[in-house]
Ligand binder design. Sequence first.
Ligand code: F6R
Length: 240
Amino acid sequence: MKIVIARSEEEFGKLAFAEIKEIVYRDPACTLGLATGSTPIPLYKEMVKDHQENGTSYAKVKTFNLDEYVGLPKEHPESYISFMTRNLFSHVDIDMKNVNIPNGLASDIPAECARYSALLEKASVDVQVLGIGGNGHIAFNEPNTPFDSKTHQVFLTQKTITDNARFFDSVDQVPKSALTMGIGEIMKAKKLLMLATGKNKADAVYNMIKGPVTTACPASALQNHPDVVVILDQAAAAKL
Ligand code: F6R
């Protein structure tokens, strides 16, 4: 596991982008695993800036997002497809046919999970971007999710609902359920790029890197992956 500590938000974005750039330059038809939330925004800003300044093309890139809320209309500003469109997809030349996000509006949720798992089974994700929850979750795999899990529906913990309330007008508006890629599928990516910022992540980051490998901290599964890069700011790294 390679651990890098950034000294500013700008440096954090640049360090994260350097990992993605290497892969996109090597294979313009690569497959990127993407995450939402506050943490990867500096990375997406760097991807957009580089696309505008250097013309790096995403026309052949395929993407798989980690998760999506259940029941939130696609056009809702906090749906993960809206988030991705606003922060990345609408600013680069990606072909939306190559974009994959679980459909949280599917009428048959188990069938939708099976569809997404089947796509992931065939895919070969070159790098999966990850954030970490304050409780150590990765994607929406909350504590005690089996490490071999596949795409499934989750009911969010009260901690995750409270953490995500900042994006909504009130805590009552946070969806209670989501579809998430499973830990087993995340671990199949060739490389994992874990990003974490802020002091509210310091305990989870410590448990991910220095704690025992246990489903009590889903991110501790990363200790079992052969190619992990962790990029932190100083606050998130404070307890290491
Ligand atoms: C988002 C996701 C979540 C977030 C995590 C951290 O697609 O899968 O696991 O990465 O909740 O969220 P932020 O970055 O908002 O602190």
